[in-house]
Every structure is written in C-alpha cells, then in structure tokens.
Ligand binder design. Structure first.
Ligand SMILES: [Zn+2]
Length: 81
C-alpha cells in the first residue's frame, strides 16, 4: 500500500530539486498585475529557492510598487500604534 501522506510531503521538494539541477534556465511568467511577460532568471531562481520563497507572480516593476505600498501601509500602522 502506498503512503499518500509521505508522497505529498516529499513530492514538491523533489520537483524543485529536479528543476534546479537538471533544468536550469530562465523562466518566463506573465505578471499578475500588469499582464506583461517577465523573466525569472536562473540567478533569481537560486536566490528564491535558497531563501525558501515561492515563485513571484509579478514583474519587477509591479513588485517594487507593491513593496513600496506595503511599506507605506506598515508605516501608517506603526504611527497609529
Ligand atoms: Zn507587472
């Protein structure tokens, strides 16, 4: 009998590892905000994987905008406290 719980836990890691080792190339994504294509480079993939971050859904420009907005919101929260 196959242990499906274990399979579910180990599968995503194996898939990431496989990509990293065998399939090292730039990935192209479509930005969730502006709909433009953007490249997620091998260097960025390594960085994200090493930090345990999930794959970005937005292009660099939108990520920067989003980050700025989030920081501003945090600052507002801090001041309100
Ligand atoms: Zn974008």
């Amino acid at each position: 009998m196959v242990d499906f719980t274990m399979a579910r836990i180990t599968e995503p890691n194996n898939r990431l590892k496989g990509r990293k080792m065998e399939n090292e190339k730039d990935w192209e994504f479509v930005c969730a905000d502006c709909g433009e294509k953007f490249v997620f480079s091998v260097g960025e993939q390594r960085f994200y994987l090493s930090k345990g971050l999930s794959v970005p859904k937005r292009c660099k420009a939108c990520r920067r905008t989003r980050k700025a907005t989030l920081n501003r919101d945090e600052e507002v929260l801090r001041w309100q406290r």
